[in-house]
Design a protein around this ligand. Structure first.
Ligand code: TRP
Length: 331
């Protein structure tokens, strides 16, 4: 069996170019050397109790995004987390070697508590136990397949560390059973600013979505914030938001020209935004076409995800059997 690269992505809606460079692209590249186990993290999505219909739509969106952006379901194992019934069992067993204090320190939980304390509320106000358990569920996702590498964005770094801690605790308690995985953290995502210069994030509303209708995509690109320098004035590409986005898409020769124009003067932001819109549309033309074909074909997506789940469970079953044996759950 080839080494395994595994990652999950929460169904939170239309992926943006930051997600693409930070997550989809490096994860898909890894499938050249690794068996990719990539899944829609729909169980994790429940921690925010989304509305039922909305969640279902979002699951198809992420699934279609993975496929449109180039994941080959024949060569990889592509599935829905919730189809793997071994996951909740593994989560429970792992929770019993997880110090509660480790979870107290997890960023998402801690941020919720800190906010409550600041506003004079009970520390656990409005925090469900699912949110608290989130890192253990994620450790189960990773450890259940003996994953070798886990490509994730920088925001998931702590979750990988927690997973490694849990695996090591398990091995210390029950003998070497778990493979301790390595995170593959893409720094790249940090270097793509949002249209307002902050980190590109759905919660800031500053993203450039990949699969939005063309008109909306263009509008968002034209809203990229720049300074008020006139075309004639020299400009600094390193601190310019527009350039920092543009550089990911432009052909190298064209990028060098634009870079020079920044330094010399003679570059109009408006014109470069237009060019960026064309470049992004061309860059994702094939992906956008595929996405359009798939997004409403739920039967196709369901079928594919179902087949992926079968394959994933075949990998998971013997690992879970070993885990059960290690803790004494088999006769
Ligand atoms: N927590 C990850 C995110 O928010 C999603 C995720 C769930 C995941 N399980 C995983 C990522 C296992 C890597 C490995 O993006």
């Amino acid at each position: 069996m080839p080494p395994i690269s595994l990652t999950g992505i929460k169904p939170t809606g239309n992926p943006h170019i930051g997600n693409y460079f930070g997550m989809y692209k490096p994860a898909i590249a890894l499938t050249q050397k690794y068996l990719g186990l990539y899944f829609v993290a729909d169980l994790h999505a429940l921690t925010t109790t989304p509305e039922r219909k909305e969640l279902q739509g979002l699951i198809y969106e992420v699934a279609a995004s993975w496929l449109a952006l180039g994941l080959d379901p024949e060569k990889s194992v592509f599935f829905r987390q919730s189809d793997i019934h071994e996951i909740p069992e593994c989560t429970w067993i792992l929770s019993c070697v997880t110090p509660k204090g480790l979870l107290n320190r997890a960023h998402a939980y801690k941020a919720a508590v800190d906010k409550n304390v600041e506003t004079g509320r009970d520390p656990d106000f409005d925090v469900n136990a699912g949110l608290f358990y989130y890192p253990v569920l994620m450790a189960a996702d990773i450890l259940l397949y003996n994953s070798d590498v886990v490509p994730v964005g920088l925001d998931q770094k702590q979750h990988i560390e927690i997973t490694r801690d849990i695996a090591e605790n398990f091995n210390r308690t029950y003998g070497k059973t778990m493979k301790v995985p390595d995170g593959v953290i893409s720094e790249d995502v940090q270097s793509i600013p949002g249209i307002d210069g902050r980190k590109m994030s759905k919660s800031y509303g500053n993203t450039i979505p990949i699969f939005a209708p063309e008109k909306e995509l263009r509008k968002q690109i034209m809203r990229i914030v720049t300074d008020s320098r006139t075309p004639e004035e020299p400009k600094d590409p390193d601190t310019c938001n527009l350039y920092q986005i543009y550089r990911h898409f432009a052909a190298p020769e064209r990028l060098a020209e634009v870079h020079q124009q920044y330094l010399d003067g003679g570059l109009a932001y408006g014109a470069l935004k237009q060019e960026l819109a064309e470049t992004i549309l061309a860059y994702f033309a094939e992906a956008r076409r595929k996405y359009g074909e798939m997004i409403n074909d739920h039967a196709y997506l369901d079928d594919l995800l179902g087949q992926g789940a079968e394959k994933a469970r075949e990998i998971a079953r013997p690992v879970l059997a070993r885990i059960r044996k290690a803790v004494g759950l088999t006769r």
